[in-house]
Write a protein that binds this ligand. Sequence first.
Ligand SMILES: [Mn+2]
Length: 283
Amino acid sequence: MKYKFYGLPLHYGADSIGINYGIDELKKELQKKKADVIEKIEVANEQENGHLKYIKYLNSITKSCTTLAEKVNQTVKNDQIPVIIGGDHSIAMGSISGVAKEKEIGVIWVDAHGDMNTHETTVTGNIHGMPLAALQGYGHEKLVNIFYNGAKIKTSNVVIFGARNLDYREKLFIEQLGIKIVYYRDIVSNGFKQEMRQAVNYLLERVNKIHLSFDLDVIDPNFLPGVSIPVEGGISVAEADYLFDFFIQNNLLSSVDIVEYNPMFDSNHVTRDFVIHLLKKFK
Ligand SMILES: [Mn+2]
C-alpha cells in the first residue's frame, strides 16, 4: 500500500461536540462497503489546568498529537504516504511534525481560517486556531515542541489557501511574517485553477514535496454543512475535487490531513460521503 490512513477524532481543539464522532461515522460506512482502511488512534484525556482559558485542553491535545506524530513518522520511514483524518485542525501539529522530522516539506493550508493565532492573540482559547503558528515555532512552548523541539516548517514554505475569515490580530501576524496567502476573494477574481497552480509553483520552487492540510470548511457550507465552524462563501466541491486530483496525479504529496468533519452538523450524510469520496482517490 502506497498510502496509510489514520483517524484521530480529537475535538478538544475546537471545543465543540460532534467532531469526536467523525471517525466512527466514517469507519461504520466504510465497513458496510468492506473498505475500512482507517486505523483509529485514541484521543488522550489528560489532567488539565482549568485556569488556562486562553489555551484550552493543552495537555490532552499535546499528548494526542505526539502519539499521532510517532505513528506518522514511522509511516514515512516505511516509505508510505500518511493520510490523516480528523478530528479538528490541531491534529496537524502531530501529522506535520511526524513528517517534518524526516524531510523538508512545503505546506498548503487549505482553510477558511488562518489557524495562525497563539495563546497571546486568541479570542476563543481554542487550539485549532493555533496549529499553523505553532508549526512555525510561534506560540505556547508545549505546542511548539510537540514530538521534537522547535519549528517544524519554514515560513517561506507555507501557503495559506482559500482564507475568508481571519481574526484581526491573526491577519496582522500573517502580514508581519510575510506568509504567502491566497484569499478566497483572489480565487473568485482570478479563478480557482490559476490561483492553485500559482500556489503549487511557489512551493515547488522551494521544496520537492508538499503536505496538503485540508480543512473541509474551505468549501461552501451550502454544499458541505458538516463542519464545526461554517463560514459563508467558499470554494465548490468540484474545485476541492480538482485540487485533490491535481496533487495526487502529479505525485506532489508528502502527506495529507482532512479535518473538521462534524457529523452532528451534516445534512443527509453529504459531508461524510464527500470525505469517503476523497479517501477513495488514494490508492
Ligand atoms: Mn483549520
